[in-house]
Design a protein around this ligand. Sequence first.
Ligand code: UDP
Length: 241
Amino acid sequence: MAKALVLNVAIDVITMNEALQQIKLFIAMRQPRLIATANAEMVMLAQSDKQLADILAAADMVLPDGAGVVWAARYTGQPMPERVAGYDLVQRLLAEAVVHGYRLYFFGGAPGVADKAKEVAQKRYPGVQVVGTRHGYFSAADEPAIIADIKAARPDILLVALGVPKQEKWLAAHLNELQVPVAIGVGGTFDVMAGLVPRAPVWMQKIGLEWLFRLLCQPSRFGRMLALPRFVLCVMSSKKG
Ligand code: UDP
């Protein structure tokens, strides 16, 4: 699979449909796989967090989740067909899960959020099998029980929403033990599905302004969103250099 390098993070050059095909193949192969959904914030974190950078380098897929990474790849002369947003990928996977009988497990978010997201999924995609949920606030002592619960549920797809980089690190540490064919770090996806956080209108997504919408809805994100202008500057100077 072709990769584009964005500030030394290798991102798959892939469309939404190709990503779905690949995930179906991973499920059929039944080896544990880690999928990350990369946006500008994640790429910036990976500059200073070597553990995250190594996890992304070893990941089975790193999807171009944000408008920023799509821009950066193209700006530096590398092809990138489209954005593959984690939230949209999850919706497509839920639809596929109904057709193919895939089992999903939702792990993460505040207490009640994964349950609400499951309810919404079952309404939107009747017949979908969400075989387990667990909120994302836990201590090290809780982990064996969480892992045992996920293993007992035997999901084909594990969605993990603990925020970046916690979800990637947790998955990298436990993926082999979990023996789940496809595990994806999905950030705020359950929050959006549960209706806690609205999704940006499509026209804003299309012109690459989803970040602005999220900032307006959740002003507390301001600090971490400073990563965006830093990302743009780093990409521009990396091209010159
Ligand atoms: N979260 C969690 N456990 C934690 C920290 C965060 O379950 O210890 C959840 C949080 O409730 C939210 C998600 O992780 O649902 C992170 O969402 P965010 O929008 O910050 O995702 P990101 O932008 O990091 O992908």
